[in-house]
Design a protein around this ligand. Structure first.
Ligand SMILES: Nc1ncnc2c1ncn2[C@@H]1O[C@H](COP(=O)(O)OP(=O)(O)OP(=O)(O)O)[C@@H](O)[C@H]1O
Length: 124
């Protein structure tokens, strides 16, 4: 049990470091918070919540993995190297792909009810 709690502490510390040091991580967190607030306001269905939360979690997790790849590459290859570039660029590409699909899913789920709500509010 103590080892499990210690591993949770290490994981929490990794998340905190990512938030402190990575600007992109803070952008993803702000985007996730905006999605959650919008979803509450629009009162979306449970299955829609599940999709949006899973995708927000995926993007934030991949950003942490990207940070880990950057740290390891900087450790093993402080000098420039084509493989170091390939590793960092692939990790960054992974985050970008997930973020683009998450944004598309967000538009599909939140777009129609948001449009409906705006029509109601402004009598469009
Ligand atoms: N050791 C290296 N060898 C070759 N190219 C590198 C190396 N380090 C970084 N690069 C290139 O420079 C880009 C930016 O690298 P950098 O380490 O600044 O990461 P970053 O994506 O800007 O992340 P962050 O700003 O969060 O540290 C990488 O995506 C890669 O293309």
């Amino acid at each position: 049990m103590r080892r499990f709690l210690a591993s949770l502490r290490f994981a929490a510390s990794g998340i905190a470091q990512g938030v402190r040091n990575e600007r992109n991580m803070r952008i993803h967190l702000i985007a996730a918070a905006a999605v959650v607030l919008l979803a509450i306001w629009l009162d979306i269905r449970p299955v829609e919540w599940a999709v949006l939360l899973a995708l927000c979690g995926l993007v934030i997790s991949l950003e942490l993995v990207n940070t880990a790849v950057e740290r390891v590459v900087d450790l093993v290859s402080p000098e420039r190297h084509p493989l170091a570039k390939a590793a960092k660029d692939a990790a960054a590409g992974g985050v970008l792909v997930a973020a683009m699909f998450a944004a598309a899913a967000g538009l599909i789920v939140l777009g129609p009810p948001l449009w409906h709500k705006l029509q109601e509010l402004f009598g469009l």
